[in-house]
Design a protein around this ligand. Structure first.
Ligand code: CA
Ligand code: CA
Ligand code: CA
Ligand code: CA
Length: 474
């Protein structure tokens, strides 16, 4: 089946999914037009790819967002079919979704602080693999990632999935040889302040955590990893990081969380032995609270990268851990809920009641779809201290869901809010990357860097399976 045939089939499947007879007839007529439109897009993308080295026209024209910048749209499950139908109708979309001039990341109000989260997928299978590649200054992937960051130009940026070497050199290499260097005509970007904490990934527990009878494997580390620091996380900032007051929860034990959701075997026994539970670290990488001195005062970046809820068995050990890793973040935001927490520095409790914060990271949890346990992300989206109405979105994500089809067409979440492009036979695209402001901050803008496929910079997104998400706050 050709790609165009697949798209045509997806349109039919969408009709079946919508179950609307009149709509089916309507869409049959539109199908030919939409296939032609997709073909035109594909041809123009080819020509764009040929001209990838040319600096794209940065006309900066931004179409008015039909939704207020920070508002969550209406209940997505009711809107999904309608929105999908309009996207399938191509340029007739009243939202002007196929407007190829739309570059919302260039729309930035005076005086805002832009905060972003980006899973770079800069992980390699060997401990020194990334270092060797970055040192050349010619990593194609790192160049594309840097260009995305240079285009969005965040002031504070959380990075997920950048391998951490023993002395943290990878972050300096990425900064010096890629971010500070002009990529494809974009001005270089300088983050004077950087924080690159240790990660539990690849730190061997000495025990058989996945219970397959063998110890010392990647899945027996405190966080899945082939070497220490694989899939690390980092904070980059234009504003000073108060490193001396930064908190990490790398070594916090799961058993010290009241009501921890330990996995059970199908017959109801504890999946983990008492020996394992005595040493099990909750954070699969690290959980950090990083105070940053933005112009309006101290802002706490609260960040983590909870384990994916998959790669486990009926005991759902990773789904339950993902839930409790997100719970640690939620508890941190509330002085009473977080009273039990003790960080690696020996300090007790969560954030102060009036603290201003932003929670950021790849949470590996979608509000509607995917495999997360007990809607784990609702612990943050519904948290009274968080403005959970922020719904960063992109036209590129909405179009990708239609073009890629598969499981995307059975999902109930708003496809425009997806932030990761996963396999459409097994998972579908998901909203898993978040930047969530505290309710006492004013959010004046947000978005996801998932450009319209007609834009030259849409070629950049192949550098990661995740997309950069940002918010603008005052
Ligand atoms: Ca094992
Ligand atoms: Ca699971
Ligand atoms: Ca996909
Ligand atoms: Ca989705």
């Amino acid at each position: 089946m050709t790609k165009l045939q697949a798209i045509g089939r997806n349109v039919h499947e969408l009709c079946d999914f919508l179950g609307h007879g009149l709509l089916k007839g309507f869409l049959r007529e539109l199908e030919f037009l939409s296939v032609v439109a997709v073909a035109i897009v594909a041809l123009s993308m080819n020509s764009v790819a040929r001209e990838a080295n040319a600096c794209p026209a940065a006309d900066g024209q931004v179409v008015d967002d039909p939704q207020p910048a920070c508002a969550n749209p209406e209940e997505p499950s009711q809107r999904h079919g309608d929105r999908a139908r309009r996207f399938a109708a191509g340029q007739r979309d009243p939202d002007q979704a196929f407007d190829d001039t739309q570059r919302p990341w260039e729309d930035r109000a005076e005086g805002v602080v832009r905060i972003a989260s980006f899973n770079l997928a800069l992980e390699r299978r060997e401990a020194n693999g990334l270092q060797t590649e970055l040192r050349t200054g010619e990593s194609i992937q790192a160049r594309k990632l840097a260009e995305i960051i240079q285009r969005v130009r965040p002031d504070v940026l959380l990075l997920n999935e950048i391998d951490r070497d023993a002395i943290g050199e990878n972050l300096d290499l990425f900064h010096k040889l890629y971010l500070q260097v002009s990529q494809n005509g974009q001005p270089g970007i300088n983050f004077e302040h950087r924080f690159f904490p240790e990660s539990n990934t690849g730190v061997d527990s000495g025990l058989d955590l996945n219970r397959n009878g063998v110890s010392g494997e990647p899945d027996d580390a405190y966080g899945f990893g082939r070497f220490e620091g694989q899939y690390g996380m980092a904070v980059l900032s234009r504003f000073p990081i108060k490193t001396e007051n930064a908190r990490t929860f790398q070594k916090f034990l799961w058993r010290d969380m009241p009501g921890a959701r330990w996995p059970k075997t199908p017959v109801g026994d504890d999946f983990y032995s008492a020996e394992i539970r005595a040493v099990f670290r909750l954070s699969s990488k690290n959980h950090v609270v990083v105070p940053i001195e933005v112009p309006s005062g101290i802002l706490h970046l609260v960040a983590a990268h909870p384990t994916p809820p998959v790669f486990d068995g009926p005991e759902d050990r990773n789904g339950l851990r993902n839930h409790d890793e997100i719970r640690l973040l939620a508890d941190l935001l509330d002085p009473s809920a977080g009273a039990y927490l003790v960080d690696d520095q020996g300090r007790r409790g969560g954030l102060a009641d009036d603290a201003r914060f932003v929670v950021a990271g790849d949470m590996n949890a979608d509000p509607k779809d995917g495999d997360s346990t007990n809607q784990s992300i609702q612990q943050l989206l519904g948290h009274p201290k968080i403005n959970g109405d922020i719904g960063p979105r992109s036209n590129g994500a909405a179009q990708a869901a239609i073009a890629q089809g598969g499981i995307n067409l059975q999902q109930t979440g708003d496809p425009a809010q997806d932030t990761a492009d996963f396999n459409d036979d097994t998972t579908g695209n998901l909203r898993v990357d978040y930047v969530l402001p505290s309710a006492n901050l004013q959010c004046v803008g947000s978005g996801v860097f998932w450009p319209n496929p007609t834009l030259p910079e849409s070629e950049l997104i192949s550098a990661s399976d995740h997309r950069l998400v940002w918010i603008d706050i005052r």
